[in-house]
Ligand binder design. Structure first.
Ligand code: SME
Length: 169
C-alpha cells in the first residue's frame, strides 16, 4: 500500500512531533510485518526533521546491539552492550542526549561529521528490545522536548513488539 507522510517544517518542534505521532498511528499497521513497521518508523523521523542526518534502530541480542532499519550513511553493524552512546543507553535503560559528541567518552563515530546525538531505548515489556539512535551534523540539536516525544513514539512502537507474535522476518 502506498504510504505518504504530511510534513510541515514551519510548525514548532512540539507541533511537528505531535503531527508525526498522530500520523504514525495510521502509518504503522499491526497486521504488517514488524520489520516493515520499524522501517517506516525510522523513515518517518528522517523525513520530518531537517536536523536529522542519521536515524536507525539497533536491536539488542545478548551482549551486542545489531544494526537494524536506518536512514543515512552506512553505519557500524555491531555495538557491544555498554559501549558508545547506544550501548550505554541499552545498559542503563535511559535516554541519552549528547549535545557535543566530542565530549562523550567512548562515543562511536560512524559518520565523522556527526556533532550531536540522542539515543532512546525501545522496550518489549520491561526488557530493552532496541535503541533508537538519531544523529545530527549540528551541535545541540536535541533537547528535553525531543526526548519527551521520542520516548512517546518509542512507547507506541513497543506496542508492535511482543515476544510471541512478531517475528522480524
Ligand atoms: N554513535 C553511536 C554509534 C552508532 S552510529 O552513530 C550510527 C554510539 O556511540 O553508540
Amino acid at each position: 500500500m502506498a504510504e505518504s507522510l504530511f510534513v510541515d517544517k514551519s510548525l514548532s518542534l512540539d507541533e511537528q512531533y505531535e503531527n508525526l505521532l498522530k500520523q504514525l498511528k495510521s502509518l504503522l499497521v499491526k497486521e504488517d510485518n514488524l520489520l516493515s513497521n520499524l522501517s517506516n518508523f525510522v523513515a518517518s523521523i528522517k523525513q520530518t526533521f531537517s536536523k536529522v542526518s542519521w536515524v536507525g534502530l539497533y536491536f539488542l541480542d545478548g551482549n551486542n546491539l545489531y544494526l537494524g532499519p536506518f536512514q543515512g550513511k552506512i553505519a557500524c553493524t555491531n555495538i557491544a552492550f555498554g559501549e558508545g552512546v547506544c550501548g550505554n543507553s541499552a545498559k542503563d535503560k535511559k535516554i541519552i542526549i549528547v549535545p557535543d559528541i566530542s565530549k562523550f567518552e567512548g562515543h562511536i563515530a560512524c559518520d565523522s561529521g556527526t556533532k550531536s546525538e540522542i539515543v532512546v531505548p525501545v522496550f518489549n515489556e520491561e526488557k530493552v528490545f532496541a535503541v533508537l539512535d538519531i544523529d545530527s551534523l549540528e551541535y545541540n540539536s536535541f533537547d528535553k522536548t525531543d526526548a519527551k516525544y521520542l520516548e512517546n513514539m518509542c512507547n507506541f512502537l513497543s506496542t508492535f513488539i511482543s515476544n510471541n507474535t512478531n517475528k522480524i522476518l
